[in-house]
Design a protein. Structure first.
Length: 325
């Protein structure tokens, strides 16, 4: 059952007490630009440590027919918040966006037009600039997209954001994927469908600070590589084979030199370098294999993506409801 002529905005939140009210104000402004469509907001509180949940409760009291929420028992991560929001979204269209207004809500007008009038299944967004970010972070981000598109089956547009508007069919396709280790950017690409990309310049947060450190982003990138490609395992195999070939050639060289010129004075430095180098390569390859085994271990447990501690949802009722075809 879904609500016709309704866009459900799924908004993951972690320590966003300063931004959620500003976000709702902006959504109300965008609502005036879409008079024939109802915008409802589904906040997913990902175990925030500040007053985010209290602020969301206040907004629900003020806008009971427009705002709902789901609160986790602890911090499960943004991927869990995304899947939870999609599972509880009942709108005919579903948008995924951040609460910090780095995803301009006004773009929803053009996004909906692309789906309604031009027949796209998804209207997604990508940043054309990273103004305001450290240069090193921007360089690593660009490198990540290039590497991902060379080794992964799920191709990503450089600068692509989670911010997108999707039809119900696309949302159902995303929810049909059962894996525990989720990488939403890759999943959105993997399911396919007709996607239109809207470009915009980077927008700074309206308040607060980001919870995404460089280490978090690096771990997220590794998750993306492992989730949609076995190339790292192939690379590990190539490294092992190449090391064997080099070692074999070097062994033949040593034997030949000994037969022709006698035993040379052994040097501990070269031996130490070989031992350390070989040990490092073995640990690298073992670490790559271990990451994949770890993912298999997590998948085999089949634990839930999240545990909800509290929720207040707006369920489809009355004439707003129709069965999904």
């Amino acid at each position: 059952m879904i609500k016709t002529n309704t866009i459900t905005l799924v908004v993951p939140c972690y320590n966003e007490e300063e931004t959620v009210s500003l976000f709702v104000e902006e959504i109300l402004r965008v609502q005036t630009l879409l008079p024939d469509v109802f915008l409802e907001v589904l906040f997913v509180d990902d175990g925030s440590k500040d007053a985010t949940l209290r602020e969301i409760r206040r907004l629900v009291q003020e806008f009971p027919t427009r705002i709902s929420y789901l609160s986790f028992s602890r911090n499960f991560g943004k991927e869990a918040a995304i899947i939870a929001g999609l599972e509880h979204a009942h709108g005919e269209w579903v948008a995924l966006m951040d609460a910090d207004l780095q995803d301009p809500p006004a773009m929803l007008v053009e996004m909906l037009r692309l789906i309604r009038e031009e027949g796209y299944d998804v209207a997604a967004t990508r940043r054309t600039t990273r103004q305001g970010e450290p240069a090193v972070r921007s360089w690593f981000a660009s490198l990540y997209y290039k590497l991902n598109n060379r080794i992964s089956d799920a191709k990503l547009e450089e600068g692509v954001r989670d911010y997108r508007l999707m039809t119900r069919q696309v949302v159902d396709a995303v929810l049909s994927l059962p894996e525990q280790n989720r990488f939403s950017k890759g999943i959105f690409s993997w399911v396919g469908f007709d996607v239109a990309y809207l470009e915009y310049k980077n927008v700074e947060r309206v308040a607060g600070t980001t919870s995404w450190s460089f280490t978090n982003l690096l771990a997220y990138a590794v998750e993306g590589f492992i989730s949609f490609s076995d190339a790292p395992l192939t690379v590990a195999s190539y490294i092992g084979f190449l090391t064997f070939v080099v070692a074999f050639i070097y062994g033949v060289f040593i034997i030949g030199r000994t037969l022709l010129f006698g035993t040379a004075t052994p040097g501990w430095a070269s031996l130490a370098v070989l031992i350390v180098g070989m040990g490092g390569l073995q640990l690298l390859c073992l670490g790559i294999v271990g990451k994949y085994i770890g993912k298999i271990f997590i998948e085999s447990k089949k634990r839930p993506h999240y545990i909800a501690r509290e929720q207040q949802l707006i369920l489809p009722v009355g004439e707003q409801v129709r069965k999904d075809d």
